[in-house]
Design a protein around this ligand. Structure first.
Ligand SMILES: NC(=O)c1ccc[n+]([C@@H]2O[C@H](COP(=O)([O-])OP(=O)(O)OC[C@H]3O[C@@H](n4cnc5c(N)ncnc54)[C@H](O)[C@@H]3O)[C@@H](O)[C@H]2O)c1
Length: 419
């Protein structure tokens, strides 16, 4: 429950925030169940709603498992039972009549979201806030489906929501300050880092992640490093898991859909490396097909080695009868090459005022588990050196490395720190 009722808005004025005593989560799937567990863990009552009893009870089973694992990690059985008892399951829209905030986590399909938002708008009390956990749809467009667009907002949790520390709070163009501040405070009350992110495709963290994931694919496709070398270099540099192992976890099909969406929204610098499309065509999807960049044991899902099909694909993609094969040098590969596009995208996001400078690295660290954020990486490199490296890569690889104007300005101003 939120007790503080006064909060300074990002503009510095005092805003009366709404008290959130009861939450509803719509959709008891992967995200909905773990969001409900996060809400109840903060001692807030929560209704979990889905289309039918079987599905909503499936969600409750997932929640039981989450609380069991919390008990194994030290939560007392009594505490776990008290928190678990705060979640009630329902398929009835009338169960929403006294909630203060709803978080929808239904499938990422515009027409499903439209139907759900329309129903929520009809059933909810006038003052209730409607939050969406969408990863890619426009919050502004979703808000326009309701008669309360000022009370609609994005609350972007990361998977699994009961463990991941970050929530991106994304206002629609129509969202009022009270709703924004209430949601920032609500996410904090769940023990999360809540970061205000202005609306843009993929929001902040997944936008920056997309640039780095795609660069890993280009490196692999060019044949300048193997999957293992790419993953090891990234882990040694700054992340807990390599980009290609991560892609195998999430699935090449999901990765391709996200990459195509980013390309459509941002253009050339996000052009997906063709290897991902070739993998999806051949159903080399990652852990779910036991073969991606690596091979996996069907029982344990553990990695058993590299996938030889990938080497064949790389050779095939580099076959060009009109061009003699270019000597590939391992000098074309470094961990820095993987992260320079992410660093550059961070400057582009700052240039667009997508978030506050001081929030950017924190969000990336909480969202991706990075040991350092992209701005700190740029500062460590030296901003002038960072720019030089981008320029050199721009000459070799083109648009993906076109330096962000804001970075150039920092260098011209002789600044060593980004603030
Ligand atoms: N899975 C992730 O890693 C992830 C991460 C961040 C955000 N998201 C976003 O979260 C949302 C949900 O994703 P998910 O992976 O949990 O999906 P999911 O398919 O696991 O779950 C969706 C649930 O919504 C239910 N549902 C469908 N129509 C409904 C309706 N009319 N009313 C109530 N429930 C309904 C389904 O029965 C299902 O249980 C999507 O917008 C997705 O983009 C997903």
């Amino acid at each position: 429950m939120i007790h503080t009722l006064d909060r300074k808005s990002s503009q510095g004025s005092d805003v009366m925030i709404q008290e959130i005593k009861k939450v509803a989560v719509i959709g008891a799937g992967t995200m909905g169940a773990s969001i409900a567990a996060a809400v109840a863990s903060a001692n807030i009552a929560c209704v979990l709603k889905d289309v039918d009893e079987k599905t909503v009870f499936g969600g409750l089973t997932k929640i039981d498992r989450i609380f069991e694992s919390k008990v194994k990690k030290g939560l007392s059985v009594e505490e776990a039972q008290l928190k678990r008892a705060l979640i009630t399951a329902s398929c009835d829209p009338k169960s929403l009549k006294d909630v203060d905030l709803v978080i929808e986590a239904v499938p990422e399909v515009l027409e499903i979201k439209r139907a759900v938002l329309t129903e929520l708008d009809r059933e909810l009390p006038e003052q209730a806030i409607i939050a969406t956990n969408t990863s890619s749809l426009s919050i502004t467009q979703l808000a326009s489906f309701t008669k309360r667009p000022n009370k609609v907002i994005g609350l972007h949790f990361f998977n699994p929501a009961h463990l991941m520390k970050l929530v991106e709070v994304i206002p629609a163009l129509q969202t009022d300050e009270q709703t924004i501040e209430t949601c920032l405070a609500f996410a904090e009350s769940l023990g999360k880092l809540s970061v205000r992110v202005e609306e843009c495709a993929s929001f902040l963290v997944n936008r920056l992640l997309g640039r780095y994931m795609n660069e890993a694919l280009w490196c692999l496709q060019e044949g300048v490093a193997t999957a293992e070398q790419i993953d090891q270099a990234a882990v040694d540099y700054v992340v807990p898991i390599g980009p290609l192992a991560l892609r195998d976890m999430n699935g090449a099909d999901i990765g391709l859909a996200v990459a195509q969406f980013n390309f459509q929204e941002y253009g050339e610098r996000f052009r997906p490396a063709p290897i991902i499309e070739a993998m999806v065509e051949r159903k080399i999807l990652g852990q779910k097909t036991q073969a991606g960049f690596y091979l996996y044991d069907p029982e344990t899902r553990k990695k058993t080695g590299i996938n030889p099909q990938i080497q064949e694909l790389v050779a095939e993609l580099n076959k060009n009868p009109n061009k003699p094969a270019k000597e590939k040098s391992t000098q074309d590969f470094s961990a820095e090459r993987l992260f320079l596009p992410m660093i550059n995208e961070a400057f582009l996001a700052l240039q667009e005022s997508i978030c506050k400078v001081e929030d950017l690295d924190k969000a990336l660290m909480a969202g991706l588990g990075m040991r350092k954020g992209p701005l700190a990486l740029a500062e460590d490199m030296g901003l002038a050196q960072c720019l030089e490296k981008l320029e050199a890569n721009f000459k070799t690889h083109g648009e993906r490395f076109r330096p962000a104007p804001l970075l150039k300005r920092y260098v011209w101003a002789g600044k060593a720190k980004i603030n």
